[in-house]
Design a protein around this ligand. Structure first.
Ligand SMILES: Nc1ncnc2c1ncn2[C@@H]1O[C@H](COP(=O)(O)OP(=O)(O)OP(=O)(O)O)[C@@H](O)[C@H]1O
Length: 304
């Protein structure tokens, strides 16, 4: 389990992580979602002791990372797959991890097999690895100590579709065996498929969290019609808040029956009316983080 409590990190006058609180539970995959610069990496760096927090705390299995006796046996970490020593081979990098953690020699070959790196690939220098191969090697380094917790920053970056499916199955299996997985991503569809719980961050603040099912169920109703602003006004007259999106859809927390009745009374023909969860996480994510998107928000950066 990972417990983050009231975590704040300031850089001068800028608050990169602002009073963040959440828990990643054992047996579950927790997706940490947010647009670029939202504060995901900073939060993860604090978790593993690379960046000190300004205030608040982060514990893994009940202790601060620095207090874990053999951290690699308890927490597998992948923060930046490109940070591996380019002049070493994949096998050498894993062997260093194996020795540092006091693991049996056989764990190197077993982990290479687990991440599907061949013997020939393992003996190539990392500078000649593709990004996807570096990710596999990074995941191998995280897994080799057989930890209970995985903390992975954008692990799907650079993986091809087959690689993404492989990673999804691997993380699902890890959580099903009782492990805790926290992975960050802006690849929303990946998170939607794999995560059990979601923590959404924007401008350093948590903007939504809960189980994926809960968050998607609360997404309200999505409507298309010839007159989005007319429908919004008719809904407003019925005391129902609605938002017109740039793509012309109207979103509201009211249920489809209420929206249909208002549209009928206002004589507005609808071309689409459905629960918004069918629209997927992306719309919810864009909506929740709208104020922290760079596009259309010239004050981004100064806002926090
Ligand atoms: N050492 C630092 N000094 C100053 N500002 C920093 C530092 N590290 C991070 N930041 C700022 O904190 C904010 C959050 O950065 P962070 O890397 O945590 O975002 P992120 O959510 O991981 O984004 P991305 O998806 O782009 O990786 C950014 O505005 C970044 O510029």
């Amino acid at each position: 389990m990972i417990v983050i409590e009231s975590l704040t990190r300031k850089y001068g006058g800028f608050t990169a992580v602002n009073d963040v609180t959440f828990t990643a539970h054992a047996g579950r995959v927790t997706g940490f979602l947010g647009p670029n610069g939202a504060g995901k990496s900073t939060t993860m760096r604090i978790m593993v002791g690379l960046t000190p927090p300004t205030s608040g705390s982060a514990t893994i299995l009940g202790r601060a990372f620095a207090d874990l006796p053999n951290p690699g046996r308890e927490v597998g970490v992948l923060l930046d797959a490109s940070a591996q020593h380019a002049g070493r081979t994949g096998r050498e990098i894993l062997t260093i991890a194996q020795r540092t953690m006091g693991l049996p020699k056989s764990s190197v070959a077993a982990t290479l097999a687990r991440v599907s790196l061949t013997d020939e690939e393992a003996d190539r220098r990392v500078r000649n690895y593709s990004l996807g191969m570096r990710q596999r090697l990074g995941i191998a380094t995280a897994l080799i100590g057989d930890p209970e917790v995985l903390i992975l920053d954008e692990p799907a970056n650079g993986l091809d579709p087959a690689g993404i499916r492989w990673m999804r199955d691997l993380l699902r299996g890890f959580a099903d065996d009782g492990g805790t997985v926290l992975l960050s991503s802006h690849l929303l569809h990946e998170i939607e498929v794999i995560a059990d719980d979601l923590v959404v961050i924007g401008n350093g603040r948590i903007v939504a969290q809960g189980s994926k099912d809960e968050l998607l169920a609360s997404a309200g109703t999505l409507v298309r019609c010839a007159s989005p602003s007319g429908l919004r006004d008719a809904l407003a007259a019925a005391a129902i808040d609605a938002t017109v999106h740039a793509d012309g859809t109207v979103r509201t927390d009211a249920n489809p029956t209420q929206v249909g009745e208002v549209a009928l009374a206002a004589r507005i023909a609808l071309s689409e009316l459905r629960p918004a969860e069918g629209a997927g996480l992306e719309e919810m994510f864009l909506e929740l983080t709208a104020s922290s998107q760079r596009e259309g928000n010239a004050t981004q950066g100064a806002a926090a």
